[in-house]
Design a protein around this ligand. Structure first.
Ligand SMILES: Nc1nc2c(ncn2[C@@H]2O[C@H](COP(=O)(O)OP(=O)(O)OP(=O)(O)O)[C@@H](O)[C@H]2O)c(=O)[nH]1
Ligand SMILES: [Mg+2]
Length: 216
């Protein structure tokens, strides 16, 4: 597993770079998904469970973006997917140029589904197009049902919301109805899944939807 150091892309045209990258990946039959959430919501645990469930049917890779360490990439490889660790030089997001470089370094030929686990942060990652086809965000039950009100952009931009750590619902006063209505007001078309990566609850609905997004 490689660790690469990345700097902010020199180009100013991030949206254009992202569009080109997305088109290239589409032509190559690769689906790229940008996974976003605050730190510790459960992105790596959720991806590890998804990989364990789907790896016999789909070739999966994960690009792990963090400020430091390689712990997440090590966890992903243990779950059975190819992984690369990206260090973002202190930055709280990933842009299209950084994504493209990490893809090259990962040698993604043969992979059909690639996840980009963005830096844990509910704010900056939502502001940058990485070139991914889909944006999927996680919100864990312990974080609270008011997050769509406080951090609306990521909820507005995402194609799917995964409410995670469903197994902890007895310990937190998370009002799911309130959360879902706030999210739907921001983004009426968003798909919402409630899961526990720990117990496996709800994972099959997410995996069914994910399988339908894959290029034929
Ligand atoms: N109870 C419970 N704990 C979970 C679940 N998913 C993740 N966790 C725990 O939450 C903590 C953070 O999980 P990670 O998967 O590392 O979260 P992350 O979003 O990848 O974190 P960063 O990469 O640091 O932003 C760990 O202690 C996990 O064991 C879940 O479904 N239920
Ligand atoms: Mg992680």
């Amino acid at each position: 597993m490689k660790i690469i150091e990345l700097n902010k892309s020199i180009t100013e045209s991030n949206d254009e770079d992202a569009r080109k990258l997305r088109e290239r990946l589409t032509a190559e039959g690769v689906l790229l998904i940008n996974i976003m959430s605050s730190p510790g919501s459960g992105k790596t645990t959720f991806l590890s469970k998804t990989i364990a469930d789907l790896k016999d049917r789909v070739s999966i890779g994960v690009m792990e973006a963090d400020i430091a360490s390689a712990v997440d990439a090590v966890r992903i490889e243990a779950a059975g997917a190819k992984s690369i660790q990206m260090h973002t030089d202190g930055m709280c997001h990933v842009d299209a140029g950084m994504t493209e470089r990490a893809l090259q370094e990962m040698e993604y030929e043969g992979l059909r589904l690639i996840f980009l686990e963005n830096v844990g942060n509910l704010i900056c990652p939502a502001e940058y197009d990485t070139g991914a086809h889909l944006k999927v965000m996680l919100l864990s039950v312990p974080e609270g049902d008011d997050k769509p009100l406080k951090y609306p952009l990521m909820f507005s931009e995402s194609d799917a919301l995964i409410i995670t750590k469903a197994d902890t619902a007895d310990f937190f006063s998370f009002d799911e109805g309130k959360c879902v209505s706030a999210v739907k007001r921001l983004n009426p078309d968003i798909k919402i899944f409630k899961v526990s990566a720990k117990t496996g609850e709800g994972m099959s609905s997410w995996e069914e939807w994910l399988s339908l997004q894959l290029p034929q």
